[in-house]
Design a protein. Sequence first.
Length: 336
Amino acid sequence: MNRVLIIAEAGVNHNGSIENAFRLIDAAFDAGVDYVKFQTFKSENLVSKSAKKADYQIQNTGNSSDSQYEMLKKLELSHENHQLLIDYCKQKSIHFFSTAFDLDSLAYLKEIGLDLVKIPSGEITNLPYLRRAAKLFKKVILSTGMCTMEDIEAAINVFLGEGILKDDITILHCNTEYPTPMNDVNLKAMLSIQQQFGTEVGYSDHTLGIEVPIAAVALGASVIEKHFTLDNTMEGPDHAASLEPQQLKEMVKAIRNIEQAISGDGIKQPSDSEMKNIEIARKSIVASKQIIEGEIFTEDNITVKRPGTGISPMKWDEVIGKKAGRAYNADELIQL
């Protein structure tokens, strides 16, 4: 169908509140996305208790004293809450999705019925994780923030070695800075990935605004992932680099429009919608002043004007020098 898969990344923007998570699902549904995605992890399996937060996390949480572990522990979704969210997504007719950040969470997502795995950028160099993901799932979306081509190739080789088909791998170009500066986006890298690895490609966006995901679709992205939030002034690590609901809706609308705009066959010819305007917009050869019967057509007595219902101006040289077969008033269409 050549339809771009749009993943609205709720992530941890629920701030640990199931009510916020429900509201995020509502916003994703209203925007018309395909998937609403959360994050599945156990903090003790993900990060050591002494690991420091990233600069953007410190800035966006307003707290430099707590650790990554302490921050993430507040953002975990329990298994019970996962099921509540899955059930609510079914009610809303939107696909539930989540990213697992540890081995146990990968197994849990498989257990609850997910058939597609999203590899986050931070796990692309985690060989045990990649192997487990490849054994559990047969379709892979791979984010590539902070990666080199060699990193990507190594991960793909793990998947291929476990029997995953290249046609079932989608690689997302990504930059892991929140927000990503525009001059660091390097969107052409998405095309380089596609050319080198021969997979489907997409883009996971952390810039402010909606321009870059739209541009990625125009360049051929088959998957777009974008963080969103209820309010980007909320306290939390990812809110500031996330779209608010109205912006998410605008992004989806723009992407769907771009899908249609690039879906043609590439043959340059008049479209059905513009055919009716040909006679209105084009011109014909007309008399520029009164012409008597038998008078020779010259550049002094004929000109070019709308409508395009008469002789095409491309036949100008054929008309010049011919005799008028009848008299013409100014602006009358010339006939031969």
